[in-house]
Ligand binder design. Sequence first.
Ligand SMILES: *Cc1c(COP(=O)(O)O)cnc(C)c1O
Length: 427
Amino acid sequence: MTAPTLPGHPFIAYHDGALRVEGVRLAQLANEFGTPLFVYSKASMLAALAAYQRGFAGRNAQICYAMKANSSLAVLQLFARAGCGFDIVSGGELQRVIAAGGEPARVIFSGVGKTAAEMRQALQAGIGCFNVESEAELEVLSGVATAMGLRAPVSIRVNPNVDPQTHPYISTGLKGNKFGVAHERTLATYQRAAALPGLRVIGIDCHIGSQITQEAPYLDAMERVLDLVEAVEAAGIALEHIDFGGGLGIEYQRTDTPPPADGLWARLLARLDARGFGQRKLMIEPGRSLVGNAGLCVTEVLYLKPGEQKNFCIVDAAMNDLPRPAMYQAFHAIVPVQPRANAPVSPYEVVGPVCESGDWIGHDRDLAVQPGDRLAVLSAGAYCMSMASNYNTRGRAAEVLVDGDRTTLIRRRETIEDQLRCEQPLG
Ligand SMILES: *Cc1c(COP(=O)(O)O)cnc(C)c1O
């Protein structure tokens, strides 16, 4: 059998019949650390970041990694050391940034439901900007800041009402989504913000969705946001920065053909230049596109179970490790760690051990496998470990970072003691 090539994964390839991440064989990692195991390529993350950095060369731009995509400390350290700020959505994420050595001044705080306690924590830390998502939030934030004798730096997240043409659960910039301030309310919201004593208006932002594979929604959103910038500034409210959010997709399968980050930004920057905003401070909040294809999950085949209608391949990773298929009907490529030469393939439903019919990882996959074989679930660097749970009292997987031929265990496998730590049995 010819080994499948791995589109979109420049640092993950077969050599001599064995799948490697950079210089390290996955079979060896599975032997050493067990399965399920998340494996990340450092070079792949830095290459993804470099595409954005090239795109913004010579501009006044700040890249804030949207850390909910993968918030493991070592991953945050890598991006902090490479000069990134962070887009956070909770006080817990802020604590992770600080623990990873990130600069609070380069943190922007998004999300529709910030609590007063989180606002205080973020003001105390000195974060760069609150991306405010409603008029009610403006009032609360102003009150919290005033009580601390501070003025909170704010940007207002506007909802440009464009369709990002992605899965409904990950589109965020349409009317009817819970995110942002409606386009028609933008000017009034800015006027309110400018009048509140505890706020300092510094920017505008939008984020229209995730796994966006086309350019048109970005261009449409940009035109609409720039129209709003002109209207807000015409009303006498100056904006230091414009934040275009994240959302750029990755190649999960060959039919996903997102533009490369540098090419996309060359075209977006041309529009910004044409409209006279090319020298403005720009911010972006990429998540998935920085880490998604840098990671995979190694899992072991436990059982093959032939059925009347379907054959099942039962593996030791499950929806608690890889939640995207159950949550968004998402596709992850699944490839053998050590392909069997000349073995016949059969179609399998690849499923985990969790007691839910929604616990599937891949439908109708052609595989030549036997129990004990390892499979790699690709494109698992984003929204997998950060969404992992303990459902069925399964410990969360271990994570390793590969750098050339070096491997670092960045998260040990969770034990039952870890899981029971917060619980108090009855006396
Ligand atoms: C999730 C999120 C992002 C990142 O989205 P990706 O699709 O992972 O790039 C950026 N900004 C905000 C406000 C988000 O909620």
